[in-house]
Write a protein that binds this ligand. Structure first.
Ligand code: SF4
Ligand code: SF4
Length: 270
């Protein structure tokens, strides 16, 4: 099985290589038309960076600007921008610019280049395959008529996409691990999925609860460690339902409170 990040139809979206050239330059004549009636999926890193920029606690940011659903077939809490789905994005300014441009989501920063990621687990090791593609041209978008020429690589470097891709892949590996290795569709309920929310989307709340400061672990390292802790927690949950590598074995010390157990994983004592 596989998880695909940007869900392209392989026939519609032709693969392009990093050294291929294309013309693109945003035009004032259509500025912001691309920011309406559009699905923008957010990774945990997108959520963290935007919420911090807006100085909002994670839960408040999700409540105000996002939709997420525990009731889908996977029970996985995927998040997307709420307003952009139904009209203008909440961050679209009157003049068509983006009010959170420096911290805009991964999918906004790379347009018109898309990236599909396929993760497969061979045992415990994820195999990651990527395809870069040109997103289907929208009639109103005049960017392709621009005179500036880029290679795909230059475009992605200019939009600082590579760091986002790396951190997004860690998340995709976690989702795929839960699906393929732990068979989460068989046991992950909305109630258990809620336990993941602080680890995935509320780093500020998690830091406060665990007493881990920014000086102790910077944002990026904390992100990497909290995904690792989510993997540990999911593996132990799966075992209690009879799934995954720990099924039938000994899981965490039941006497250690959950928060302390997570703290130990995050600060590396486990
Ligand atoms: S976050 Fe910014 S770039 Fe992305 S859809 Fe909203 S306004 Fe447009
Ligand atoms: S050129 Fe395309 S991507 Fe750029 S602002 Fe216009 S519609 Fe959006």
């Amino acid at each position: 099985m596989s998880f695909t990040g940007d869900t392209p139809d392989e026939k519609l979206f032709k693969e392009i290589q990093p050294d291929e050239c294309f013309n693109f330059e945003c035009s004032g004549r259509c500025m912001g038309k691309c920011c309406r009636f559009i699905t923008i999926l957010l990774d945990p890193w997108d959520v963290e960076v935007i919420a911090r920029h807006l100085n909002l606690p994670g839960p408040e940011f999700l409540e105000l600007f996002c939709t997420y659903d525990f009731g889908s077939s996977s029970s996985w809490p995927f998040v997307q921008l709420k307003h952009a789905e139904k009209g203008p994005c909440a961050f679209l300014l009157k003049d068509g610019r983006c009010s959170i441009y420096p911290v805009r989501p991964r999918n906004c920063r790379t347009y018109p280049i898309g990236r599909a990621v396929q993760v497969e687990y061979a045992g415990d090791i994820p195999l990651i395959r990527e395809r870069l593609f040109m997103v289907e041209r929208m009639e109103f978008c005049l960017g392709h008529e621009g005179s500036r020429t880029w290679t795909v690589k230059e475009w992605l470097e200019d939009s600082e996409a590579y760091k986002y891709y790396e951190l997004s892949d860690l998340y995709l590996c976690l989702v795929q691990y839960a699906t393929d290795v732990l068979h989460s569709r068989a046991w992950l309920s909305p109630k258990t999925a809620r336990l993941l929310m602080p680890l995935l989307y509320f780093p500020d709340i998690l830091r406060a609860k665990l007493g881990i400061s920014e000086a102790e672990l910077d944002h990026e390292l904390f992100y990497r460690r909290r995904l690792k802790a989510a993997r540990t927690l999911l593996t132990e949950m799966a075992a209690s339902f009879g799934y995954g590598p720990l099924a039938g074995g000994i899981v965490a010390d039941q006497n250690t409170p959950l928060a302390e157990h997570i703290r130990q994983v995050i600060i590396g004592e486990h």
